[in-house]
Design a protein around this ligand. Structure first.
Ligand code: MG
Ligand code: MG
Length: 296
């Protein structure tokens, strides 16, 4: 595969600083060489220009840094759109999860997609339901057509993905309002309860079956906080009881086996909270599994 990497060093969508260093940490963990090592051709396009919190006003309390985030997402969408036009595979490094607003918009401009959102959180809030006003918790809703018009209509079209073509995997923390909206929207939610009860492989198989058919492929958005914090401590918003190291690999190996992934982002790595860059190293290993690395 011909892969183009873009970094989005953005932390304005998160409540805590540090995920803006994610792209550096992931690159430092040898992403590019490792991808070459499994046979891909790789081009690193560097980072988009990302706004710094201290240099700007926080904006509305119910959707913090809305303006700078939509500007950033617009820029990233343009970059990703160019990669897709060039016939290459976009791999976006976050940053907080607000970067997916840009990456998914860029891909959806060219392709009708399904979406796998692998995350501890639903990210399906709107300003009305969000307890924090942090935009990284509203991104999936916006991509599916719910929430603030500036986010929903980014790039001039909506929704970026039909809600019934969205599957969330690994969920274990939902706000009451977003739980309601997820149900209403008809997104497929696979919580940790489902993973425990039915097994990870059943859940992932079903999720792919729900979102991929009838599309041009799937976008996979990997929020590292889906992994149990014991194995991935360096994330913005850790929640106990997550996927194990092997479960995460298996999920992504199944994505690779499906041959339906057309784009990917890897987000919420927080080097400040990490130990010896372990979480970024794991992020690289998981990405390799999604892109075809096999044990045998
Ligand atoms: Mg997230
Ligand atoms: Mg999360």
């Amino acid at each position: 595969m011909n892969i183009s990497i873009v970094g989005a060093p953005v932390d304005l969508g998160a409540g805590r600083r540090g995920v803006d260093m994610g792209p550096s940490a992931i690159r430092y963990a040898d992403l590019e060489a490792s991808l070459r090592g499994i046979g891909h051709e790789v081009l690193d396009l560097g980072n988009i220009e990302a706004p710094v919190a201290e240099s700007m006003h926080g904006g509305p309390a119910e959707a913090k840094y809305l303006g700078p985030i939509t500007d950033m997402a617009e820029q990233l969408a343009g970059r990703v759109s160019g990669i897709v036009e060039g016939g290459r595979f976009p791999l976006v490094l976050g940053g907080d999860h607000s970067v997916s607003l840009g990456s998914v918009t860029g891909v959806a401009r060219h392709r009708s997609i399904g979406l796998l959102w692998i995350d501890a959180h639903g990210d399906f809030n709107t300003p009305e339901t969000s307890p924090s006003g942090n935009i990284h918790g509203m991104v999936l809703a916006a991509l599916a057509g719910y929430g603030i018009p500036e986010m929903v209509n980014l790039g001039g079209f909506s929704p970026k993905v039909r809600p019934d073509r969205v599957a969330l995997i690994g969920i274990r923390e939902l706000d009451p309002g977003e739980r309601r909206l997820l149900r209403e929207a008809g997104a497929h939610v696979y919580t940790m309860h489902d993973v425990d009860l039915r097994g990870l492989s059943t859940v992932v198989e079903e999720a792919i079956e729900r979102v991929a058919p009838g599309t041009d492929g799937m976008h996979v958005s990997l929020d590292l906080d889906v992994v149990d914090p014991q194995q991935a401590p360096g994330v913005g918003t850790p929640v106990m009881g997550g996927l194990s190291f092997r479960e995460t690999h298996l999920a992504l190996e199944m994505v690779a086996a499906s041959q339906r992934m057309v784009s990917m982002d890897v987000v919420e790595v927080n080097p400040i909270l990490d130990t010896h860059n372990e979480t970024a190293q794991r992020a690289v290993q998981f990405t390799l599994s999604a892109l075809g690395k096999r044990i045998m």
